[in-house]
Design a protein around this ligand. Structure first.
Ligand SMILES: [Mn+2]
Length: 424
C-alpha cells in the first residue's frame, strides 16, 4: 500500500499546533539547533527484510495478517515506514530467505520508494534443502574442510547478490560453537574460522566491507567460536582494513558495559555498525528502547563523542540497523517504535554538553558528570525528532498516522489475513 503524501500532510496539519508548542519549548534551550536538526534529519536506520513478518519463538508463531508474501511486498512495507518516518531509507537482506530473482526489478521497486540496499546477511545456521553438507556442527569453523568450503561459497554467493543490488557490506553471524566441554578444540575452531573468513575477505570487491558479529551463547550453550568483541576484533585485525566488528545489543551477557565496548572499538577504527534491539535476560530481540532506554542513551553518548573525535559522519560512517523479532506486535508498528527510540537516544546524545563533561572528568567531579549526562537524557526531545521528520516530509507522529490511515487493515485486504512472511 502506497501512503499518499497529502494524507500525511492532512494529519500533520491537525497535529501542528500541539507540535509547535512542544518544539518551541525545547528548542529554546538547544545550542546549535539547526545543526542538531540537520543531523537528526540525515540519520537513517536500515530495516531488515526478516522483521516485516511476525517472528516466532521456538514454541510457536502467531501471524498477524497482511504479512508480506514476497520480497516485493517487504519493500512496499519498508516504503510505508519510510514515507511515515523519513528515517528508514534502506533494507538489509537475509540470504537465502530473500533471494532477489531479478535484481534490476528489485532495485527499481526499492528506488520507487526511495530505498536502497544496506548490508547483506549470510546464513549458515540452518541447512537449506538440496544442500550437500550439513551445518549441524558448524560452518566456517567446521572440522571438515568440505563443509567449510560450502560455507565460504555461500558467503561469496551472498556478496554476488549484494553487488547486484548496490550493497557494499557483508554481515556474518555464525552459530558455530559447541554444546559440551571437550567437543571442540578452541584454537582449531578459531583458526578454521579465520582461514574461512580470509577466503571470503579475498572475494570482497574493492569498496566492500565484512562485518563480524559476535554472540556469547545460543544456539550453542557451552562455547561460541566468535563469542565476544575480543574474539571478533582479533579476527577483524587479522583479516585487514575491510573487516570490523558488528555490535548486536542483545549479544552480550546481562549487565555488560556495552557503551565501553563501543568506545574502544571506535577508538580502534573497528566499529562496523549496530544491530539494535533490547533485552531483559538474553538475546530477547525486544523493541530497542523498550527495556533500558538509559543504556541506549549512554551508548549513543559514546558513539557521538567517539565519532566526533575521529571526524566521522554520524549518519553514514557506521551501519545502523534494527535486528529484532516481533512476536506480539504488528511488525510495522514495532519498527516505527524502534526507529523512534533510536532517534530519541541519538537526539539526547547530541544535547550532551561535551565541553562541560570533559571539564568535570578532568576535575574528577563524578557528581557534575552525572548531572550533565542526565540533563541531556531527561530532556524531552520528541518534538526535536518530530521537527526533523516534518522537515524531511514525514509525519509528525508516524505511529498515530499509521493507525489513523489503517495501513494494516488495508494490507490485510490486499494480501489476506493468513499470509506468512519468509524468515524466522
Ligand atoms: Mn544481529
Amino acid at each position: 500500500m502506497q501512503i499518499e503524501k497529502y494524507k500525511i500532510d492532512e494529519l500533520n496539519h491537525q497535529a501542528s499546533s500541539k507540535h509547535e508548542r512542544a518544539f518551541e519549548y525545547v528548542a529554546a534551550d538547544v545550542k546549535d539547533l539547526e545543526s542538531v536538526l540537520a543531523k537528526l534529519e540525515a540519520f537513517n536506520v536500515a530495516i531488515p527484510s526478516w522483521a516485516l513478518g511476525t517472528g516466532g519463538t521456538r514454541f510457536g508463531r502467531f501471524s498477524g495478517g497482511g504479512e508480506p508474501r514476497s520480497l516485493e511486498e517487504k519493500i512496499e512495507d519498508v516504503g510505508a515506514i519510510q514515507a511515515l518516518n523519513k528515517s528508514s531509507n534502506s533494507i538489509s537482506l537475509h540470504i537465502p530467505w530473500d533471494i532477489p530473482s531479478n535484481a534490476d526489478a528489485i532495485k527499481a521497486a526499492a528506488a520507487h520508494h526511495g530505498l536502497r540496499f544496506d548490508a547483506v546477511n549470510s546464513n549458515t545456521f540452518q541447512d537449506q534443502k538440496d544442500q550437500q553438507h550439513s551445518f549441524k556442527y558448524g560452518s566456517l569453523h567446521h572440522v571438515d574442510k568440505a563443509v567449510r568450503k560450502q560455507a565460504v561459497e555461500h558467503n561469496i554467493e551472498v556478496i554476488k547478490y549484494g553487488v547486484e543490488l548496490g550493497s557494499n557490506a557483508l554481515s556474518v553471524w555464525l552459530a558455530d560453537g559447541s554444546n559440551f566441554p571437550g567437543q571442540l578444540n578452541f584454537r582449531g575452531a578459531f583458526q578454521n574460522t579465520l582461514e574461512s573468513l580470509q577466503e571470503i575477505y579475498e572475494a570482497l570487491p574493492d569498496d566492500w566491507k565484512v562485518w563480524v558479529e559476535y554472540k556469547p551463547y545460543e544456539p550453542n550453550f557451552y562455547s561460541t567460536t566468535i563469542g565476544d568483541w575480543g574474539q571478533s576484533l582479533l579476527l577483524a585485525n587479522k583479516l585487514g582494513p575491510k573487516a570490523s566488528t558488528l555490535v548486536d545489543l542483545g549479544h552480550h551477557l546481562p549487565n555488560t558495559n556495552i557503551e565501553q565496548i563501543v568506545s574502544l572499538l571506535l577508538m580502534e577504527g573497528k566499529l562496523a555498525g549496530f544491530h539494535f534491539n533490547d533485552s531483559k535476560y538474553g538475546d530477547d530481540d525486544l523493541t530497542v528502547g523498550s527495556i533500558n532506554p538509559y543504556q541506549l542513551f549512554l551508548i549513543f553518548n559514546e558513539l557521538v563523542e567517539g565519532m566526533d573525535a575521529r571526524g566521522m559522519t554520524h549518519a553514514t560512517d557506521i551501519g545502523w540497523m534494527i535486528d529484532a523479532s516481533h512476536n506480539l506486535k504488528d511488525p510495522i508498528e514495532d519498527l516505527l517504535q524502534s526507529v523512534e527510540a533510536i532517534k530519541i537516544a541519538y537526539a539526547q546524545a547530541l544535547l550532551v554538553d561535551t565541553a562541560a563533561l570533559k571539564a568535570a572528568q578532568a576535575a574528577n567531579d563524578a557528581v557534575q558528570a552525572q548531572e550533565i549526562l542526565q540533563a541531556a537524557y531527561r530532556t524531552d526531545v520528541r518534538s526535536l525528532v518530530a521537527e526533523a521528520r516534518l522537515r524531511a516530509g514525514g509525519a509528525i507522529n508516524p505511529l498515530a498516522a499509521y493507525r489513523s490511515l489503517d495501513v494494516r487493515g488495508n494490507l490485510i485486504k490486499e494480501r489476506g489475513a493468513k499470509t506468512v512472511a519468509t524468515g524466522l
